[in-house]
Design a protein around this ligand. Structure first.
Ligand code: HXC
Length: 513
């Protein structure tokens, strides 16, 4: 018996060494952790149960028969994070560059299937040279098996992808289907075709980092939702993100214990400047409203005219979607519409109520926006809000102009409660532009055109640059003193906590993609 136990222990030791000490040292030298170290830092101590440690590939091609490794380049299993079940796969770059082929893919599919059956998140720690070239088409099949499962799992269980090394070619499409992508600066990159192919095809000289590093995807493409300076911070980020999210679409997010205190926030009374054209930082408004230190911003460096992220309000997990007047005046454009639409849909999938803070001058004009499809892309946000059945509350802090008023979670598209501050201006457009159009002839006929224009601008502003016309029609439920915002929202979200709304029966909607 002892001999047999020894044999097992030898195999376990061998598996734990992955591609061997030399390769582990090389991994560390690049500033990266190994697959197992990552799992160690991610999961509650001692909670990891490995599945498929002894799996090996079956290929005999190109000398692979002499290159077998227990586990086949990916560590898979389950464990807990803060006591909650998660499934995890962690690609091992020390084994054949973490390349994915038949057996490797089967292991990932196995834990995805278990996660679906048991309703718990899947976390993918990606570090791979892509399809294992020696295994040919079975590698491609393996990827497709994963993509298919990613799609079926979408909206059922949360899926999080951390990119901790290379992620190239078709391999990028598994993370792309998951809910959140996280990247680490300088050690991770994602692209469909690498710098060499780019050079051949488009004659552009670009490094891997420039083409698909964390900074690029955080600022230019928006492919990554969160970036971190190192792997440990990234792993902490995964844990923090999960704390706002339920285990699956049938569950509610965790409600943290909360001690009621003084919920009045006087600082909110002076945050909006007297001059309606002067910016202010909407993140200050968010911080005043939500539980202290609870705001977890997503997509921070992308489309900064829109702010999205998770927060807690009296212990309740909420998703915040806010226009940012401090960046491009908070205008709605293609990128900000996409960013917010994706976030709204995630929150709706997983029963996370939505808070919208609105100060928006309208949609961004211009050929660039029109030719790149602001119509279709703006419609995505409109669609996302309209079909969201979670509790939805809007607070208009200042401008709510034109189509953007409708889009930003207006009562007309199903918001449950709509508040406005006394500084709100709810109108078809700004008073200056409106006066120019509707009083065109009067202004043209005046001796002092400038004075006439100002007079008419004021007339329009008195009539419409306020929340009272909308409140009179019930489009706004209450005009509130800003310092009351937090307490009003705490009560309203509590009132809405049992909201049950169903969409009309359909196979699925046809969001304007
Ligand atoms: C087999 C691979 C591999 C792969 C790396 N290795 N990628 N083996 N298939 N795809 C092996 C290397 O041969 C090497 O083995 C070890 O992993 C480490 O690789 P290095 O090149 O030494 O590491 P590094 O210098 O850090 O470079 C990493 C890399 C590079 C940039 C990822 O290895 C690389 O360019 N690999 C090929 C990437 C690729 O073209 N993949 C296919 C993409 S197409 P030894 O034994 O020397 O240690 C694709 C399609 C998916 O993925 C489609 C899905 C639909």
């Amino acid at each position: 018996m002892n001999e047999k136990i020894n044999l097992l222990q030898q195999k376990i030791q061998e598996a734990c060494l992955g591609g061997g000490q030399e390769k582990i040292d090389a991994q560390h030298k690049k500033g990266k952790l190994t697959a197992r170290e990552r799992i160690h830092f991610l999961l509650d101590e001692g909670s990891f149960e490995e599945i498929g440690m002894l799996v090996q590939h079956r290929s005999r091609n190109f000398g692979l028969d002499k290159q077998t490794f227990l586990g086949d380049g990916v560590v898979t299993g389950y464990g807990t994070i803060n006591g909650r079940l998660v499934y995890v796969f962690s690609q091992d770059f020390t084994v054949l560059g973490g390349s994915l082929a038949e057996a490797h893919a089967e292991k990932i599919c196995r834990i995805m299937d278990l996660a679906m059956k048991n309703g718990a998140p899947v976390i993918g720690l990606n570090d791979s040279g892509g399809a294992r070239i020696q295994e040919g088409v079975v590698s491609l099949a393996g990827y497709a098996d994963i993509f298919y499962r990613n799609t079926l799992a979408s909206g059922v269980i949360p899926q999080i992808s951390a990119i901790l090394g290379p992620c190239a070619g078709g391999a990028v499409y598994s993370p792309a289907i998951t809910d959140f992508i996280m990247m680490v600066e300088n050690t991770s990159y994602m692209f469909v075709t690498g710098p060499n192919v780019v050079k051949t095809v488009t004659h552009e000289n670009v490094t891997s980092e420039e083409l698909g590093g964390a900074l690029t995807h955080a600022t230019k493409s928006g492919v990554t939702h969160l970036t971190y300076a190192n792997e440990i911070e990234c792993i902490q980020g995964i844990k923090k993100l999960l704390s706002y999210i339920p285990q699956n679409c049938e569950e509610q997010p965790m409600l943290l214990p909360y001690e009621p205190g003084d919920e009045i926030r006087p600082a909110l009374n002076t945050i909006v400047p007297e001059n309606p054209n002067q910016p202010y930082d909407m993140k200050e408004v968010i911080h005043q409203i939500v539980d202290e230190g609870s705001f977890f911003e997503v997509h921070k460096d992308y489309a900064e005219n829109m702010v999205v992220g998770f927060a807690r309000l009296a212990g309740r997990s909420i998703g915040v979607v806010a226009n940012q007047p401090a960046y491009l005046a908070g205008v709605l454009d293609i990128k900000s519409s996409l960013k917010a639409a994706r976030f709204v849909r995630f929150c709706d999938c997983f029963n996370i109520p939505l808070l919208v803070l609105e100060d928006v001058p309208g949609f961004l004009p211009g050929t660039d926006q029109e030719w790149n499809g602001i119509i279709t892309n703006g419609a995505k946000l409109l669609y996302a809000f309209s079909e969201a059945t979670v509790p939805r509350i809007t607070v208009i802090t200042r401008k709510a102009y034109g189509g953007a008023y409708d889009v930003m979670n207006s009562k007309h598209i199903g918001a449950d409660m709509n508040y406005a501050w006394p500084t709100a201006e709810i109108a078809v457009m700004g008073a200056k532009g409106a006066a120019e159009i509707i009083f065109k002839n009067e202004i043209a006929a005046a001796d002092d055109k400038e004075a006439k224009w100002k007079e008419k601008e004021k007339e329009y502003a008195v009539m419409f640059a306020n929340p009272y016309e909308a409140a009179a029609r019930g489009f706004i439920d209450e005009v509130i003193v800003p310092d009351q915002t937090r307490i009003k929202l705490i009560r309203a979200f509590e009132m809405l906590q049992n909201k049950a709304e169903k969409l009309p029966r359909k196979k699925h909607g046809n969001i304007p993609l």
